[in-house]
Design a protein around this ligand. Sequence first.
Ligand SMILES: [Zn+2]
Length: 351
Amino acid sequence: MEYRDPNRPARPSPRARQNQRIQQIRQLRTVLLICAIIIAVLAVALTVFAVRSHRMTEADVVQEKAYASLSAAFASEQEERSQEGSSYQAQLDEQSKAHASEKDALEATISDLNRQLSLKQAAATSSPSSGSSGSSGSSSDLSQKTIYLTFDDGPSPRTPEILKILDQYGVKATFFVINGGKYNHYMKDIVNAGHAIALHSYTHSYSTIYASESAYFSDLQKISDVVYEQTGVRTKLIRFPGGSSNTVSRKYSSGIMSRLTKQVESKGYVYFDWNLSSGDADGNRVPAQTLINNCRKVPRSNSVIVLMHDASVKKTTVEALPAIIEYYKKAGCKFAKLTESSPTAHQRVLN
Ligand SMILES: [Zn+2]
């Protein structure tokens, strides 16, 4: 006989156990169904997400391409703009350079006009017997006069043309030279033809040379060295750019011409101005006939220092030169080149 614990639940009957199993199976099925539904929903969601993200990628690529081509176009446009900008800047630079040189020329003209005015005022106030040019005297008789033709600003492409004309008439002249770069070898031709070579400036830049006395003398030494290298001549004859009476220099250093005119003499230089201007500095295409007419306005001094220019832009000076020489020759004038003992035709220093 099997002992039966009274506390132990009674063993279920086989029918109850079967019912229990069926119930368990049902529960399991429900759980499995729910799991399947969840998996299916997840799968659908994943698929939708994948499709959408794929579409977005495609859109992104298209957008990216569009962006790239846009930015390339922008970059090229920017480059074009910057190129345009730099060429415009170059144009501006060139224009401002041209304006600066025009300004220089205008200032020189104003200075020249001031000088002419002061010369006229001086002539009006001084008595005719006092004479303004030293020992050489003065008269209206042209045959008493010595003509000193002077050419500033060479050597230039015009130098051989000028030398040829001077040679044809057997006339000696004086060349106040600057640094003519590739034309510097004409300095030797000037000396070989028997003319005087003299110093004008190396840079001929007013703002450079009239900034200070030391700037002036360093420029003067440079042109002196060039002349010496080219010709073997160490000359002491000089002419200030703008002449000793120029007032342009005041802008760079007040009173500098008063100091320089004394200092150059103490250093053994002889400086020359002029008492007759051909007027070829008034512009680059002054008609030859105007220059010829100007050269006929001979001053009373028996020493006539004529200012002319040797520069590529002074074509009409070369055109006028034969008639100018012929006029003086017919009037019985003598011609000479400048030396250290020649009359200097100093003008009144205005700065
Ligand atoms: Zn000059």
